[in-house]
Structure formats: structure tokens, C-alpha cells
Ligand binder design. Structure first.
Ligand SMILES: Cc1ncc(COP(=O)(O)O)c(C=O)c1O
Length: 455
């Protein structure tokens, strides 16, 4: 088979400042060995997140110029609404400035003390917004999701038996059922159409609305097309429509599968819920035809939604991560398999067995990748999850490093460079040491903690 090339040409470029390892050692010390504290200009390849980091197309930039900034009834809103409803046929589409704003509005209405909200795996902002209302967020993903080696094609699937049990035993406390596609907190793993339909069927039987967190809906649909029996001959667009046809609403961050740098929405079928959401929106985000966004942002999203379901793009997108995954595996770097849609996850605990979890093997690997090659990645492990509300510290379930791919930003030679940097780090892996934390906040410490390498 021929190389799957980037299905785009480059018209506008952003220079990358090429730093030296010596310079980067100084920058790391200044940043307290926390990659969030680096200036982005000092990063060669930035794989911190795929959120809001997409390159917009010429058509999106043209749409930005068409954006209409009327306070109420902007044509940009109607173009945005039509583009959403072309894929996700919900009756009410309510814009918000990002995904977590849509979540905050939804849970301010359906959450509250004593409520229980299940999902395959809640993303951290979703969990945060649920818990902020006093409700409990419950993760019910299938067991295979926790096995990095399991080749299960849909490791994001809901454990249907556990969902059924939860609804039978505690149904009166459950206001909605959620489902995250793809399952970001579980490694960007997809959810099958069959699992989405079964989840919807169980929710409906118990009288509960199903709300899909659809941030990476197009990547999910591509996996359905490639992996689910009977789906290969269908268009991604049709699969997307099927995914949402059985749901009662969705939350969305347009910073992912809408190619936008900002934005999101809450979509609902229920009239009463939508009216309550719009009232809340007016309090916190803005009038319902702009919801915290500029008209030009709504237009960029509208065009992005048309582009994201392009199958040439999705083939290249998913292949990029597979390519990196294959090369890392050949180097003996343990990764979570199969690779997800938006990122490659490296098992730092297995890669650096000499570093105990409480000396942060994920942070050590992330720091080494920056030092060797100027690559910024993200620790997802004991630094992120190890600090408990009572101030105690325990090892997280796993210590991973996430290499998240911005959309349409990097080329294959950037991927090859990343692999070369890993090769260099793998060559000195036995000599890598852990770190200790010298200062940290009480919550979400990964963003601002300062570290010191252990001697
Ligand atoms: C699955 C999922 N849900 C919700 C969000 C929140 O979106 P935002 O960053 O736009 O607030 C994210 C962001 O990473 C996500 O990945």
C-alpha cells in the first residue's frame, strides 16, 4: 500500500524555534520541571493536548471573515446550528464557549446532592462539574479497558451489565446516563455503534435520557467503520448520524472534532430541559445565539464540522498515531494498545521500572523527552491523580505519558523525529531518575506543582 500522506498542503507556516539540550535543561529548571510552566515558544513539538490546537483550513479562515457579530439572531448562529443538526439531529442546539461550560450548564440542572451519574469514563472536567453540584460520577467502562495489552477493538464500551445493575438498584438517583466517545480518559478508545445502541436501550427502558459527550465523534465513527462488523461500506457521516440518533442530547467541545480553536455546545431534545439550559446560559455565557462565542467562532465550527467527517482526513489522522505506535513498539517502548484516535499513551511505569510511582515515572519520562528533543507531552498518572482531598498521596492506577496529536499540524517527519527522540531516551532509560515535589496546590496539582530531580 502507498504511504498515507497528509491530505493537505501548507500555505501558512509557523516557525519552530530549535533549542539545544543545554538550553532546555536551563528552561526545565526555571519551570520547576513542570512542562505546563514552559513557554510554548520553547517547545519544538507540542503534544500536550489535541484540544484547541488544530490548524484551521482556508475555508474556515474565510468563514471567520463572514462571521456576523450581531448580539441576537446572528446568521453565524444559524449556519452553526444547521451544521450541527446535519450530523446530530437534536431539536435544541445551545452554543457555549467550550465543552466544560456546556457540562456546567447541564449538571447545574440535572445534578445535585445524592444524584448518581454513570458513564463509560467521565472526562475530568465532566467529573469535576458533576461533583461540584454534590452528585457522584460513576465510571462503568468494560474490564478490557484496564488491560493495556488487550486487543479489544472497542475498549471504550460501556459495561452494560453494570449499567443495568446500577439503574435497577439506584435508578431513582440517576437523572441521566452519559457516554464519552471516544473515551478520552480511557486512552481515546472507541465505543461501538452496537454498544451505543444498547446503552441507549437500557437508559430508555429505565426512563433516563442518554447524553453523549461527543468531543471526538468523527474519530469514533471512523473506528466503527474500520472495526465493527457490517459498517465498512457505510459513510462516516451516516455512522455519526446513527450514533446520535439514539441519544437524547450531547455535550461537545468544538476544540476537538470541529477543528476549532474555541467553542462547544449542549444539544437536547427535551423542551423543558433546553429552556432551563438557555436560562442558565444567559446568566453565565451569553445570549442563546452566541453562548460566549464570537459569531466568527460559530462560523469556523460550522465549516470545521463539514471537514472533520472527510474520510481521507480520518484515515490519515488515525494512521499517524498507529505509525508512531508501531515505531515505539519496535523500539521496545510499552504503549497502550490498540492506539487511540487522538493520542499515543506510553506506559511509563513499565518503561522505567526503577522509578517507584511516588517518584513519578511519567513525569520523569515527560521531562526526558523535553530535555532530549524539545517534545512536550503530558503525564497522566500519579502526579495528576495521586493527591487525595485529605492531603495524602497514593500511586495512581497507572503512570502514563500521553502524546496527543494536534489536528492537521504536524507531518510525518515530525513523527519520525519524535521516534528518534524516544530512541535516544530509551538508550539512557536505566539512568533516568524520579523527581520529588517541592511545592503544590491542594487541587489539580499537575498544572502548577514544582519539582526537583532526585540525585
Ligand atoms: C472527553 C472530553 N470531554 C470534555 C472535555 C472538555 O472540553 P473543553 O476543554 O472544551 O472544556 C474534554 C477536553 O479535553 C474532553 O476530552
Amino acid at each position: 500500500m502507498k504511504t498515507i500522506i497528509e491530505p493537505f498542503r501548507i500555505k501558512v507556516v509557523e516557525p519552530i524555534r530549535l533549542t539545544t539540550p543545554e538550553e532546555r535543561r536551563g528552561l526545565l529548571a526555571k519551570a520547576g520541571w513542570n512542562l505546563f510552566a514552559l513557554h510554548a515558544d520553547d517547545v519544538i513539538i507540542d503534544l500536550l493536548t489535541d484540544s484547541g490546537t488544530s490548524a484551521m483550513s482556508a475555508e474556515q479562515w474565510a468563514a471567520v471573515m463572514r462571521g456576523d457579530e450581531s448580539y441576537a439572531g446572528s446568521p453565524s448562529f444559524y449556519r452553526f446550528e444547521a451544521a450541527v443538526r446535519e450530523l446530530m439531529p437534536f431539536r435544541h442546539v445551545i452554543p457555549a464557549h467550550q465543552g466544560r461550560a456546556a457540562e456546567a450548564i447541564l449538571f447545574s440542572i440535572v445534578g445535585g446532592p445524592g444524584k448518581v451519574i454513570p458513564s463509560n469514563t467521565h472526562f475530568d472536567t465532566t467529573r469535576g462539574n458533576i461533583e461540584a453540584t454534590g452528585a457522584t460520577a460513576v465510571d462503568l467502562v468494560i474490564g478490557e479497558a484496564h488491560d493495556f495489552e488487550s486487543p479489544h477493538p472497542f475498549k471504550g464500551n460501556m459495561d452494560l451489565a453494570r449499567l443495568e445493575r446500577l439503574l435497577s438498584e439506584q435508578g431513582e438517583h440517576v437523572p441521566i446516563v452519559m457516554l464519552t466517545v471516544t473515551n478520552n480518559a480511557g486512552g481515546g478508545q472507541p465505543v461501538s455503534l452496537a454498544s451505543i445502541r444498547s446503552t441507549a436501550e437500557i437508559a430508555r427502558r429505565h426512563g433516563k435520557p442518554l447524553i453523549i459527550d461527543g468531543c471526538r465523534f468523527a474519530e469514533n465513527a471512523w473506528f466503527v467503520k474500520c472495526r465493527e462488523p457490517g459498517q465498512s461500506g457505510r459513510s462516516v457521516k451516516d455512522i455519526v448520524r446513527d450514533m446520535f440518533a439514539v441519544a437524547d442530547g450531547m455535550t461537545m467541545s468544538a476544540k476537538k472534532d470541529a477543528f476549532a480553536n474555541i467553542g462547544g455546545w449542549l444539544a437536547l431534545n427535551d423542551e423543558k430541559l433546553a429552556a432551563a439550559a438557555r436560562n442558565r446560559l444567559i446568566l453565565t455565557e451569553g445570549f442563546p445565539t452566541y453562548g460566549g462565542l464570537a459569531g466568527r467562532d460559530l462560523d469556523a465550527i460550522a465549516v470545521g464540522l463539514g471537514e472533520i467527517v472527510d474520510e481521507q482526513y480520518l484515515r490519515y489522522r488515525v494512521r499517524t498515531n498507529e505509525y508512531i505506535g508501531e515505531k515505539l513498539t519496535a523500539l521496545g517502548v510499552p504503549i497502550v494498545r490498540p492506539v487511540g484516535g487522538h493520542a499515543v499513551f506510553v506506559d511509563a511505569r513499565r518503561f522505567l521500572p526503577q522509578i517507584p510511582p511516588l517518584q513519578y515515572p511519567g513525569q520523569s519520562l515527560a521531562v526526558a523527552l523535553y530535555e532530549s528533543g524539545g517534545i512536550r507531552s503530558c503525564e497522566i498518572g500519579t502526579v495528576m491523580f495521586g493527591l487525595k482531598p485529605d492531603g495524602s498521596e497514593v500511586p495512581a492506577e497507572m503512570d502514563l505519558v500521553r502524546l496527543a496529536m494536534p489536528r492537521r499540524v504536524y507531518t510525518q517527519s515530525h513523527a519520525d523525529y519524535l521516534v528518534e527522540v524516544f530512541e535516544e531516551v530509551a538508550g539512557r532509560r536505566e539512568r533516568l531518575k524520579g523527581l520529588r515535589i517541592v511545592s503544590q496546590p491542594r487541587q489539580l496539582r499537575h498544572f502548577t506543582a514544582r519539582f526537583e530531580p532526585l540525585a
